[in-house]
Ligand binder design. Structure first.
Ligand code: PEP
Ligand code: MN
Length: 338
């Protein structure tokens, strides 16, 4: 059961409701976000929800049997939207395209990418400044210094910054320069990091770990929400399977599943999903038809010279063609009411 509290629910009312819920066999957790207050009630006993619905201080009561109640679709009447200060948003009513290099490499690269994004009316640039690499000898990112000019050029051109945060201590120094914190596959279940991101007021793009089930991914999102941050985007980026012909197996099934089970927007990252440049476009389009609310793709002026993930990176010509096709495909999906 999930109880939404009235804004003006006072402590006496809250205590009375909580006590009664506990007497009814529920384990009760109070969650406070910027949008509201909730009582997450875990327990198997059948309760007449009308009883709690009538209590002073209660706004609404929902039967939500899912383990991850706050991110469950079962209680949300309206799909939430993530709003940015410039008036733009991420929602289930539009297709968000995020493009940029795997790693931010230098200022010139940021400038030419921003120019490309602007020409193509793309509002979000991705780029890693803290890079999780399989080898400690590989390029591991420029850190905050790189983020500063990445952010400055984006802001000057009305583009929002999406970049990965790898550990708790980076959240604060990154804060002023970031619009969306990305949690990478390797940190998908780093609960300390998720807890702390739940305490910020910036959206979080939560990637699925390479061996993380969808139930576990929703549990990770529940960590962020239950710490106070409702602005979460789920992102499918491919999983490890027995198939070795490509880097990862893009789990397209995850897209309709997550959209059905959760109210959160669902993005797809076909670059990491398949890991092979020539297949990225098809999987991006397939993701849109599968219901993705956003697509994130790695691009570079000269992929052959990229510091990381060049093999799965599109050049600007390929990216431009893909943007047109993504928009056409999204229109087609809408027209089919899928
Ligand atoms: C990335 O987006 O460059 C990245 C490292 O992704 P993932 O965490 O999905 O591997
Ligand atoms: Mn990458």
């Amino acid at each position: 059961m999930l109880i939404q509290l009235e804004k003006n629910c006072n402590n006496t009312q809250l205590e009375a409701i909580t006590l009664e819920l506990r007497d009814n066999g529920y384990k009760v957790s109070l969650v406070e976000t910027l949008n509201g207050r909730y009582l997450v009630c875990n327990g198997s006993r059948e309760t007449d929800i009308r009883h709690f619905g009538n209590k002073a201080g209660v706004k609404d009561v929902h039967v939500v049997e899912d383990d991850n109640k706050l991110v469950s679709r079962k209680w949300k009447v309206k799909d939430p939207e993530i709003h940015f200060k410039d008036g733009s948003s991420v929602s289930r009513n539009d297709l968000t395209i995020v493009m940029g290099p795997c790693s931010v490499e230098n200022e010139e690269q940021v400038i030419n990418t921003v120019e490309f994004l602007k020409e193509n009316n793309i509002g979000f640039m991705r780029g890693g400044i803290f890079k999780p690499r399989s080898s400690p000898y590989s390029f591991r990112g420029l850190g905050i210094e790189g983020l500063k000019y990445f952010s400055a050029h984006c802001r000057a051109n009305g583009i929002k910054v999406v970049t990965e945060v790898m550990q708790v201590s980076q959240i604060e120094p990154m804060y002023d320069y970031v619009d969306i914190y990305q949690v990478g596959a390797r940190n998908s279940q780093n609960y300390n990091l998720l807890d702390e991101l739940g305490k910020t007021d910036k959206p979080v793009l939560l990637k699925r770990g390479m061996s993380v089930t969808l139930h576990e991914l929703l549990a990770s999102a529940e960590y962020i929400f239950s710490n106070g941050n409702e602005n979460i985007i789920l992102c499918e980026r491919g999983i490890r399977t027995f198939e070795k012909s490509y880097r990862n197996t893009m789990d397209l099934n995850a897209i309709p599943y997550l959209r059905d089970k959760s109210h959160l927007p669902v993005f797809s990252d076909p670059s990491h999903g398949v890991g092979i440049r020539n297949y990225v476009g098809s999987l991006a389009l397939a993701s849109v038809m599968a219901g993705a609310d956003g697509v994130m793709v790695e691009i570079h002026k000269c992929p052959q010279r990229a510091f990381s993930d060049g093999d799965q990176t599109l050049d600007f010509y390929q990216a431009g063609r893909l943007i047109e096709r993504l928009r056409e495909t999204y229109r087609l999906r809408k027209s089919m009411a899928l």
